[in-house]
Ligand binder design. Structure first.
Ligand code: GLP
Length: 241
């Protein structure tokens, strides 16, 4: 595992964007696994800036997102579909037909998780997966206690996650209670993984995830067993190491 210490959020975003753009330059038709949340917004802004300067070309890139709330339509401004279009897809020359997310409006969980699992397989796997991390160690929406063996599945969000994500909704009651997410197994199959974290609130979980025991109670701890993980975090997020 490589750990890059960034000065602050902007520096973290730039370093991570550099790694993603190197991936796109080295393999223009790569498949990127993308993440949502507040952490990656700076990365997407940086990628857009480089695209506008003519330094990046997304025309052959395929993307698959980690997760999506179940029950939120695409035009809901809290859906991850909306987020990805707003922060990246609508601002670069990516082919919208090559941008994939779970379909939050498919109520048949079995059907949707199978479709998304098969889709990722049909793309030949993920070249580089970007991850954020939840305060409880979740990656994607794999909450503590989730089996490491799971592929794409439907999860009941924990109260912890609902509380953490309610800042984006009118109230905690408006946060969806379920989500579709790539499983730990899907994530571990990615060839390269880049995890970003910033801020003092992430410091205890970064310590546990990367230096504590590997346990389903801390889903991100499984990344210790992946052979190509890069952690990019700011000084605050690394302050418990
Ligand atoms: C959500 C997402 C995760 C993300 C996490 C952390 O729960 N499903 O993919 O990593 O939030 O979000 P933030 O980056 O806002 O701290």
């Amino acid at each position: 595992m490589r750990i890059y210490k960034a000065k602050d959020y902007k520096d973290m975003s730039r370093k991570a964007a550099n790694i993603l753009s190197a991936q796109i330059i080295m393999k223009p038709d790569c498949t990127l696994g993308l993440a949502t949340g507040s952490s990656p917004i700076g990365i997407y802004d940086q990628l857009v800036e480089w695209y506008k300067k003519g330094d990046l070309d997304f025309s052959e890139v395929t993307t698959v997102n980690l997760d999506e709330y179940k029950g939120l339509p695409k035009d809901n401004d809290q859906s991850y579909y909306y987020f990805m279009h707003k922060h990246l897809f609508d601002r670069v020359n990516i082919n919208p037909n090559k941008t994939y997310l779970p379909n939050g409006m498919e109520m048949d969980s079995k059907k949707e998780t199978q479709r998304y699992t098969e889709l990722i397989q049909s793309l030949g796997g993920i070249d580089m997966q970007l991850l954020g991390i939840g305060h409880n160690g979740h990656i994607g929406f794999n909450e503590p206690g989730t089996s490491f063996e799971k592929d794409v599945h439907c999860v009941d969000l924990t109260q912890d996650t609902i509380e953490a994500n309610k800042r984006f909704f009118a109230s905690a009651d408006d946060v969806p209670k379920q989500a579709y997410t790539m499983g730990i197994k899907t994530i571990m199959h990615a060839k390269k993984i880049v995890l970003i974290a910033n801020g003092i609130k992430k410091a205890p979980i970064i310590q546990k995830a990367f230096f504590g025991p590997v346990t389903p109670q801390v889903p991100a701890s499984i990344l210790q067993l992946h052979n190509d993980v890069t952690l990019i975090a700011d000084e605050e997020a690394l302050s418990c190491l």
